[in-house]
Design a protein around this ligand. Sequence first.
Ligand SMILES: C[S@@+](CC[C@H](N)C(=O)[O-])C[C@H]1O[C@@H](n2cnc3c(N)ncnc32)[C@H](O)[C@@H]1O
Length: 239
Amino acid sequence: MADSEQKESIFEFVNSGNGGLAFLNNFEGHPKGTFREIHRQANQTADGERRPLWEGYAEVKDYPRNTSGARSAKQVSTRPRVGGFFSWLVQQRRPETVVEFGTAFGVSGMYWLHGLEAAGHGHLMTYEPNKDWVTFARENLSSVSDRFTLTNGTFEENAATTLKEGTVGLAFIDAIHTGEFVTKQYEIMRPYLAENAIVLFDDIHFSDDMRSCWEDDIVKRPEIKASAQLSTRIGIALV
Ligand SMILES: C[S@@+](CC[C@H](N)C(=O)[O-])C[C@H]1O[C@@H](n2cnc3c(N)ncnc32)[C@H](O)[C@@H]1O
């Protein structure tokens, strides 16, 4: 497909009707249940209690949020409308492999799996270093599908032994939100991307540093064929 056609198609799904979220109306008949079920499962994770943050955060300098303590699934997880977009995107693109990190409590992963089940195709590779959270994540992910591999460790340390080059059609970078981490993770990801892969960057307006990472670096890279934003939250790049 020519680059110009690709550019139109990526903007089309972001801009089409209802702020780009009209596709959420079509999921009631899904064999694995509706988004309501995923939302219910997400809300009851760890009985709604806060669980300890991964200790790796304590080593990040000048992070604009508290890097210790505990968080609930509700505080850190993808919301249903964005999750609906993830499921829809998988069904449109039908990737062989979806990669996401971090998994956290498995909520964004449930939406990726919803899309993979609906497409009847593909596999989710998801990475989470927090030993405590990964237990809840496995339970949540398993409630939707078995089309996943959950690695208890960082993406950086495990990518080479778990991914195949040129196979990742969709990737979601949602871990430590600093330009330094995100650009390194994107570079590690690149050889694994399939042609015309879509890479999503979460929280691009989290800080000036993240905004600059997205606006002044990622979207200006020569390999990026098109880019868009979903609300003020997610950067979308066609690579
Ligand atoms: C904002 S949460 C992810 C939320 C999740 N994607 C969702 O929407 O349900 C960020 C997660 O990234 C994990 N994390 C941090 N650094 C990581 C890394 N290098 N590789 C994989 N996961 C990482 C954290 O432990 C935390 O659970």
